[in-house]
Design a binder for this molecule. Structure first.
Ligand SMILES: [Zn+2]
Length: 307
């Protein structure tokens, strides 16, 4: 396919400057409330879990407290598990799947692991149902030194003291129809590149790390999710969104090189979930349940196989 979609901001072939980013920002609309959807739900968990504020995100007059949920009775002798949602704010089931995992599954891990759950890394984008932050920066390409995204920098600071103690990290994402209709065209326009459609896979898949793929671990997570929702097939090139399928529903990315959240710890068992919420065969409840089940399966596998 060679179809080119001209994004309505900027000049094709030229990367955006400040004026284009400002024009983009002026088009963003607040669709939903982080306070109502996320902070209120976290408040309900405070009777059973410890909640800490690890930062404050500020864009102009808007302030967003950044919250992490921790196991009560945190023990230094236990391995740590990191769960991150909403690194891409629009990926709704990542946020609510993380909260559902805490509410429904976390108690079963008491005394076995220390849980650190960050349900909504990028709250400004959660409210705008967008991929980028207010500076037109993708937090999930920004997990690197001197990060250009305050969302990513705050999470890196939270995790840094524990960096070597994580056994598991599950980063919860979605692949949506709006990736193809809005976000990939916007990315191409922002960077002055042509947009080439890749298609959107119908089903759930995982992204592992090319540097440490952990194929058996990934398949254990796929098997758990497959009981809830369907797994994305490989396309006719044997790929999912341009990457070779290395196992049922699994592709690998160079996480560290790309500055992805999946590289924020040194955990032996790391995966990134990609739920497909726009499938006619998947309800929002299934998407949340798939995220929560993926986290539980990842921890179960790690505890069974150890370090
Ligand atoms: Zn994502």
């Amino acid at each position: 396919m060679t179809a080119l979609v001209h994004y309505p901001i900027g000049t094709p072939g030229q990367p955006w400057g400040a004026a284009e980013k400002s024009a983009w920002l002026s088009r963003q609309v607040r669709h939903r409330s982080y306070a109502d959807d996320v902070l209120a739900k976290v408040d309900q968990l405070r009777t059973r879990f410890d909640v800490t504020q690890y930062g404050l995100l500020e864009y102009g007059a808007e302030h967003y407290p950044l919250l992490a949920i921790r196991s009560r009775g945190w023990r230094d002798d236990l391995p740590c598990v990191l769960v991150t949602g909403g690194v891409h704010g629009y990926e709704t089931s990542g946020v609510h799947g993380a909260l559902q995992f805490v509410d429904k599954h976390a108690a079963g891990y008491a005394g076995r692991v220390n849980l650190l759950v960050v349900p909504c890394v990028s709250p400004w984008a959660y409210e705008r149902i967008h991929r980028w932050n207010a500076d037109a920066v993708d937090p999930n390409r920004s997990f690197r030194d001197n990060s250009p995204a305050p969302e990513s920098a705050a999470l890196m600071r939270l995790v840094a003291p524990l960096r070597d103690r994580f056994l598991v990290h599950v980063d919860l994402h979605e692949t949506t129809d709006s990736d193809e209709s809005e976000f990939r065209p916007a990315l191409a326009a922002r960077d002055g590149k042509p947009f080439e459609p890749e298609g959107v896979p119908d089903g759930f898949y995982l992204v592992g790390d090319v540097e440490d793929p952990q194929a058996d671990f990934q398949q254990a997570v796929i098997a758990a999710v497959e009981k809830i929702t369907h797994i994305a097939p490989a396309d006719d090139k044997g790929e999912i969104i341009g990457s070779t399928v290395v196992g049922h529903g699994v592709i690998n990315y160079p996480l560290r090189e790309l500055g992805l959240c999946g590289s924020v710890t040194q955990a032996r068992y790391r995966t990134t979930t990609e739920v497909y919420p726009d499938s006619p065969r998947a309800t929002p409840a299934q998407c949340n349940a798939a995220q929560a089940a993926a986290v539980a399966a990842a921890i179960d596998f790690a505890l069974a196989h150890g370090v």
